[in-house]
Write a protein that binds this ligand. Sequence first.
Ligand SMILES: Nc1nc2c(ncn2[C@@H]2O[C@H](COP(=O)(O)OP(=O)(O)OP(=O)(O)O)[C@@H](O)[C@H]2O)c(=O)[nH]1
Ligand SMILES: [K+]
Ligand SMILES: [Mg+2]
Length: 363
Amino acid sequence: MGILDKISEIEKEISRTQKNKATEYHLGLLKAKLAKYRSQLLEPSKKSEKGDGFDVLKSGDARVALIGFPSVGKSTLLSTLTKTESEAASYEFTTLTCIPGVIEYNGANIQLLDLPGIIEGASQGKGRGRQVIAVARTADLVLMMLDATKQDVQRQLLEKELESVGIRLNKQKPNIYFKIKKGGGISFNSTCPLTKIDEKLVQMILHEYKIFNAEVLFREDCTADELIDVICANRVYLPCLYVYNKIDQISIEEVNRIARQAHSVVVSCNMKLNLDYLLEVLWEYLSLIRVYTKKPGQPPDFADGLILRKGVSVEHVCHAIHRNLVQAFKYALVWGTSTKYSPQRVGISHIMHDEDVIQVVKK
Ligand SMILES: Nc1nc2c(ncn2[C@@H]2O[C@H](COP(=O)(O)OP(=O)(O)OP(=O)(O)O)[C@@H](O)[C@H]2O)c(=O)[nH]1
Ligand SMILES: [K+]
Ligand SMILES: [Mg+2]
C-alpha cells in the first residue's frame, strides 16, 4: 500500500470513529499515524522543485502569498496593487507559476506572490498544489482569496489543505515544552488542569513516534493534535487574511455579513472597492512598524524610515542602522507612543512602537 492509500485509510477510519471518551486513545493514535505519513509525503518532493518557476527570491520587508481556488481574482489583485502585470482571464488555471510583485506601502516594500489556483487534493499533489503550498510556507502572511459569490465551503477546503501540510493559520504555537532525552523515560508535567489529553495518551503518542525518553511540560490546556504539532517540529504558524473578492456581484446584506467575520476583508478588484482598507489591514497583520532616526540638532528623517517588526527593541534598531552601533551604544532618546515622555532616555532593551523617532547617543 502506498502512502496516499495509507493516509486515506486512516482518514476514513477517523471519520468513521465516533468521538467520545472511549475512543479518545484510539483517535489520538490515528492522528499521530496520520501526521507521520503526511510528513513523509512532504519530504522527497523538495529537490525536484528547483527551476520550475516557483523558486522566487525573497525580497523586500515582508512576503505575502496569494492562495485561492482558480479564477477568484488573484492575478487581478496583483496587477491592481503592484506595477507587475499578471495575466487574468475568465478560465481556470490562467496562472501557472509564481509571479512576484511589490506593494509599496508606508515606505515598505511588501513582496506579493501571485500563484496558480489550488484545488481540493492540492496537498497530495493535485495540480501545482505542492509547489504552491511550499511557497506559502515561506511567506510571512497568507492572503487567502475567496470568491464572495461562492459558498463558504471553499474556505474550509483550502484551510484543510494547508492544515494537512502543517501550516497553521492565525494560531499561536502550542505552549508545550518538549525535549528529547537520552534516558530516564518520559517525564510528564503540566502547570494547569488538562481536559483534552492525559498522561496515558501522551505516552501513546510519543511511543508512536518511537520516543521513549523525553521531558514534556504542558503550560496550557492543549489537545492531542497540538502535541503532535510540537513533536513534528516542522509546523509553520502564519497570520492569514481572508479576502472576499467580487463583492460587486452580491447584495449589500451579504457584503455586511462577510465583512463582520473574523480576519476577513471584502473587496472588488475589478471595481477597485475597499483596496485601501485591505492594505491597512495587511500592514497590521504583517506586524510591521516604521521607526524614524534623528541626528542631534536635526529634524527626524521622515523620508527614510526603518521598516521593522512589532516588538523590536532599541537593540534591533541599532543593528538595522549599523552593525557596530550596539557596541558604541550609550543610551537613546525616543519620541513617540512607546515612552511616557517625549523625548525619553531609554536603554537597549526598550521596545519600540510604530512611528517612534529615535536618536542614538554613543559612548
Ligand atoms: N465581477 C468581478 N470579477 C472579477 C473581479 N476580480 C476579478 N474578476 C474576474 O475573475 C476572473 C478571474 O480572474 P483572475 O485574476 O484570472 O483569477 P485568478 O485567481 O488569478 O485565476 P487563476 O490564475 O486561473 O487561478 C477574470 O475574468 C476577472 O476579470 C471582481 O472584483 N469582480
Ligand atoms: K483565471
Ligand atoms: Mg491567476
